[in-house]
Design a protein around this ligand. Structure first.
Ligand code: ATP
Ligand code: MG
Length: 438
């Protein structure tokens, strides 16, 4: 396994002081998979205090010291060095109840969640792999270290981590691992919402529709607004899947952007609540965009999602049924009102929601129209107008709301191609407006 110079330096430095040190966890797994690790964690039998002493001439990050971790800053990067430890359950769902430093690497590996995450590596000694992580990686198997139910009971977040590792590396959980994940899924209710939300944010960009089906029961447990969608048939010739199945397809079809993934996941969750059947036996879901947006908002609030993410997701869901026209006037106004990024995301969500590309889809034309508007350097907000409030004051407008009102009227006329966005034309229109208000 390749280890960067600074990691080798840390290992050698600890060894020169008489301690053991290994690369451990994700970096070992990733290297075995041929993936360049995004960071390298080290473990050692030196206590945090000893590690801090050994690297006293470096800047140190000591916020994780209680749990055994010292961050050593080398070349502006932090190398985390953690004392071999074992740990208790996660009563507060955030931190282990206790950690106890132990003297050998095998004991440290035994506290880790999955065999593929429980390997260490030393440049001279090679792999330390007491639980068969290499074999499991080769066979693409996800297996807990030790008895699955016991390990998931210590920390229920491991269930969701298991889903993430399975999806990310194409691993199949062993029967007893999957069984325990499903049986113990309800215990995830007691986890800190932030931990669950963070984990879901890491998972969502990785999933395919098939993954969402395989791990459906586990996901529904942590995303309760999806529960009524499972098996909910739409009674509509345009919708061949149940609401959950359709949702899964849409999630896969949008890009990996977290806002789009969350919006896709929740975009139809209000459908079951709005379902009506007409006399021809065709299902309808009038008002479902609003209801879904409301449910998504409540859910994301409960999960303590960052506000910006929640607002963008709710916006997309609210508008996912809007009919967008390939009409420059409408596009300019919507781009100004929503921002061009939000409008683009909305079109992308609508694309994904349509399913397989439909020949009569108007969305390619909408996209084309958006590119034309952007290429024209269009006037989207009052800030883009060729005049501003000071010009209006100079014309004799009084300071206050009249100025904003006039600028918005001018913007509207420019966007509707009733006026060019040119200084003289705008000043003349503003003058006329002053003499003959609406
Ligand atoms: P990533 O590439 O996502 O960072 P990682 O394997 O490095 O993957 P981390 O969350 O950074 O994952 O954790 C580092 C290591 O610590 C894991 O490989 C695993 O051995 C162990 N670990 C992390 N969280 C837990 C947990 N909740 N229970 C048991 N072991 C854990
Ligand atoms: Mg990591």
């Amino acid at each position: 396994m390749f280890l960067p110079e600074m990691i080798l330096h840390c290992i050698r430095t600890l060894e020169q002081s008489g301690f053991e040190a290994y690369a451990v966890g994700g970096c070992v797994r990733d290297s075995l998979l041929g993936i360049t690790p995004h960071d390298y964690d080290l473990c050692t039998n030196a206590t945090p205090e000893e590690t801090a002493g050994i690297f006293a001439d470096h800047t140190l990050v000591r916020s994780g010291e209680k749990h055994g971790t010292i961050g050593v800053v080398i070349n502006k990067q932090v190398v985390e060095i953690t004392t071999f430890r074992t740990e208790g359950g996660y009563q507060d769902s955030r931190h282990p109840d206790w950690v106890r430093f132990v003297s050998n690497v095998e004991e440290d590996l035994a506290r880790r969640d999955f065999t593929v995450n429980a390997m260490a590596y030393h440049p001279d000694k090679g792999y330390i792999d007491p639980f068969g992580g290499q074999e499991d990686l080769k066979n693409k198997i996800l297996r807990t270290v030790g008895e699955p139910a016991a390990r998931f009971s210590e920390d229920a977040l491991r269930i969701l981590r298991g889903v993430r590792f399975a999806v990310r590396f194409g691993l199949t959980p062993t029967d007893d691992t999957l069984q325990a994940m499903k049986t113990l899924a309800p215990t995830m209710d007691s986890l800190a919402r932030e931990r669950v939300f963070d984990e879901l944010c890491k998972l969502l960009p990785l999933v395919t529709a098939k993954d969402l089906e395989i791990f459906r029961d586990i996901l529904v447990q942590v995303v309760p607004p999806l529960a009524p969608c499972v098996g909910f048939l739409q009674h509509n010739p345009h919708h061949i899947y149940d609401v959950y199945g359709h949702t899964a397809k849409v999630v896969e079809a949008v890009s990996k952007d977290p806002v789009l993934r969350w919006a896709a996941l929740l975009h139809d969750c209000g459908k079951p609540a709005c379902f009506t059947l007409d006399e021809d036996g065709v299902g309808h879901f009038y008002g479902h965009a609003q209801i879904s947006a409301q449910l998504a908002n409540d859910y994301l609030l409960s999960m303590k999602s960052p506000t910006a993410l929640r607002e963008q997701v709710v916006f997309l869901i609210t508008h996912h049924m809007d009919i967008l026209e390939p009409d420059k006037k409408q596009i300019r106004r919507k781009m100004g009102a929503y921002t061009k990024e939000a409008l683009l995301d909305l079109v992308l969500l609508q694309f994904a929601d349509q399913g397989k590309p439909q020949e009569d889809s108007h969305l390619p034309a909408v996209m084309e129209c958006m590119s034309q508007v952007l290429a024209e350097d269009a006037c989207l907000t009052v800030k883009d107008l060729a005049i501003d409030g000071r010009d209006l004051l100079a014309l004799g407008y009084s300071a206050g709301p009249d100025i904003g009102f006039c600028l918005h009227c001018l913007l509207e006329r420019v966007q509707m191609e009733d006026l060019p966005n040119e200084r003289q034309a705008l000043l003349a229109a503003a003058q006329a407006f002053l003499t003959h208000p609406l």
